[in-house]
Design a protein around this ligand. Structure first.
Ligand code: FAD
Length: 321
C-alpha cells in the first residue's frame, strides 16, 4: 500500500544528524513507493534541505521561527502538527533520539495515534509493513504491524542504512508558517557536556571503559584509540559512578543505547544492564583480565589481558593501517 510519509530531519548545531538520512531510508520502505517528505524545524534551516534530497527525500517542508531555535516539546509539536495538517500523511518516521523519544509520544497523543518506538528494521512482507523492535533489554525482538490509521515509528540510530548519497537529486522546498505560542518552556542557554569528537549515539566505533580503567586518566589510552579509529568513547555505569567520566558517556539500560559497527569494551565485566545498551553492536571486542568475565559471552573477539597493555598495542597497529 503506497503511502505519503513525513520524516523528521533532526538538526543539531546547524547540521543534520545522520539519523535523519536513516529515517528517509526507513520512510521509503514505509512509503512503499509513495512520497517521502522531510520536515525541517528551526530558526533558519532551509539551507539544509539539499542534503535531505541527496539522501532520497522527494520533497522538503520547513517551519522556521526564532522560537524554534532550540528544541522544546511544545514548539516542535505545534510546528509538526501544522505540517501534518497541511500534508495529511499516512506515515511518520522520527529518529529514536533524545528529541525523537520526547516528541513522538506527544505528537502521537495529539493525533490519537499508535506509535512503534525504537525500531531496528522494517520490511514489507505478506502485504504488510513489518516493524522489528527489541524488547526485554535486547534479549528478544518483536515484530509489529499497523492494521489501522497512521503508521508512526521511531527508528534506533545506526540500524537502518541510509540510501547512497546522490548529489544530483533535488526537489521542491515549501514552508509552513505557524504561530508558535503558549510555550511552557523557553531554552535560555544550552550547556554541552563531554561533546568533543564523534556523537556517541551515532558513532560507528565505540571504545568503552569500565571500572577496570581505574581512574579518569585511565580513559586516556581509550581516547587515543577512539581518535585513531574515528570513534567515540563510552563508559559503563561502574566507571561513571566511580567518577572516572561524565554520565553522558554511560551506555546501558539507564544510559545510551548504541549499535556501532565496532564496540570495544575495556575493563567492563558485562553486567546485564550494560549489555542492554550495546549487545546489538555489529562486532564486539572485549578486553578483560578475567577470563570468566560475562562480557566474553557476548563478544565476537575476546582478549584476556591488561587493558593498559592491550589498548596501546591496538592503537599502534591501527595507526599503521
Ligand atoms: P565491574 O563490574 O567492577 O567490572 C570491572 C571489570 O574490569 C572486571 O571484569 C575486571 O576483571 C576488569 N578489569 C579490571 N582491571 C582491568 C585491567 N587492567 N584490564 C582489563 N580488565 C580489567 N551499568 C551500566 O554499565 N549501564 C547501565 O545503564 C546500568 N544501569 C543499571 C541500572 C540498574 C537499575 C542497576 C541496578 C544497575 C545498573 N548498572 C548499569 C550497573 C551494573 O549492574 C554494573 O554494576 C556495572 O555495569 C559494572 O560496571 P563495570 O563493568 O565497569 O565494573
Amino acid at each position: 500500500m503506497s503511502r505519503k510519509v513525513l520524516v523528521l530531519g533532526e538538526v543539531r548545531d546547524n547540521t543534520l544528524r545522520n539519523v535523519s538520512f536513516e529515517a528517509i531510508a526507513a520512510g521509503k520502505t514505509v512509503a512503499e513507493g509513495g512520497e517521502v517528505v522531510a520536515v525541517l524545524i528551526g530558526d533558519t534551516v532551509s539551507s539544509l534541505a539539499n542534503e535531505l534530497f541527496y539522501y532520497g527525500a522527494d520533497r522538503v517542508v520547513t517551519v522556521e521561527d526564532v522560537k524554534l531555535k532550540s528544541y522544546t516539546p511544545d514548539g516542535y509539536s505545534q510546528a509538526l502538527l501544522a505540517v501534518i495538517e497541511a500534508e495529511s500523511p499516512e506515515g511518520l518516521v522520527f529518529g529514536h533520539t533524545a528529541l525523537g523519544k520526547d516528541l513522538s509520544p506527544k505528537v502521537a497523543g495529539k493525533l490519537n495515534s499508535g506509535l512503534i518506538s525504537d525500531v531496528t528494521s522494517i520490511e514489507v512482507a505478506g502485504g504488510n509493513t513489518v516493524f522489528t523492535r527489541p524488547i526485554y533489554s535486547g534479549k528478544a525482538f518483536e515484530k509489529k504491524i499497523v492494521t489501522d490509521g497512521l503508521v508512526f515509528a521511531t527508528i534506533r540510530p545506526n540500524n537502518i542504512a541510509p540510501l547512497e548519497k546522490d548529489e544530483s537529486r533535488s526537489g521542491e522546498v515549501t514552508s509552513v508558517s505557524v504561530d508558535i505560542k503558549d510555550l511552557r518552556t523557553i531554552v535560555k542557554e544550552v550547556v554541552r557536556k563531554a561533546s568533543e569528537g564523534v556523537d556517541l549515539s551515532e558513532a560507528k566505533v565505540v571504545i568503552a571503559g569500565g571500572r577496570g580503567v581505574k581512574s579518569a586518566d585511565g580513559f586516556e589510552p581509550l581516547k587515543e584509540l577512539a581518535t585513531v579509529l574515528g570513534g567515540a568513547v563510552g563508559a559503563s555505569r561502574g566507571a561513571c559512578d566511580a567518577d572516572y567520566c561524565d554520565y553522558s558517556l554511560q551506555i546501558g539500560q539507564t544510559g545510551k543505547v548504541v549499535t556501532p559497527d565496532l564496540y570495544i569494551a575495556c575493563g567492563i565485566s558485562g553486567a546485564i544492564q550494560h549489555l542492554a545498551g550495546m549487545s546489538n553492536s555489529k562486532v564486539i571486542v572485549a578486553i578483560n583480565k578475567d577470563p570468566e568475565a560475562n562480557i566474553f559471552k557476548v563478544a565476537d573477539y575476546g582478549i584476556v589481558g591488561d587493558l593498559f597493555e592491550v589498548v596501546p598495542l591496538l592503537t599502534e597497529e591501527f595507526k599503521k593501517l
